[in-house]
Design a binder for this molecule. Structure first.
Ligand code: SF4
Length: 97
């Protein structure tokens, strides 16, 4: 298991103030915003969630994270941290078809 980058620990419990970067449109689902994506990484790193292929695939959809991180109140590059973490995972087969 790769180490969890420290910014992901903070981001996982942050209420997404950076979502303002997406503007007033409906935007991506909540599950693609930085905090939700960081929490998935946290859950995997702590053994609460296996690194299934479907989960890891969702963690590679970083378009919304890249937009939001431009307004990260901590100045984190969360998309890079998520990409680095998932690159080191041994992915398990999904139960989903
Ligand atoms: S990217 Fe920054 S501002 Fe946005 S949820 Fe994560 S820690 Fe909070």
């Amino acid at each position: 298991m790769p180490p969890l980058p420290e910014p992901l620990r903070i981001c996982a419990v942050c209420p997404n103030p950076c979502r303002s970067a997406l503007g007033a449109t409906a935007g991506p689902p909540e599950s693609r915003l930085p905090s939700a994506m960081a929490y998935l990484c946290y859950a995997i790193a702590h053994g609460h969630l296996p690194p299934r292929a479907d989960v890891v695939r969702s963690l590679r959809d970083l378009d919304a994270v890249r937009v939001c991180q431009e307004r990260c109140v901590y100045g984190y590059r969360i998309a890079d941290d998520i990409a680095a973490f998932t690159a080191g995972l041994s992915v398990e087969a999904s139960d989903a078809a």
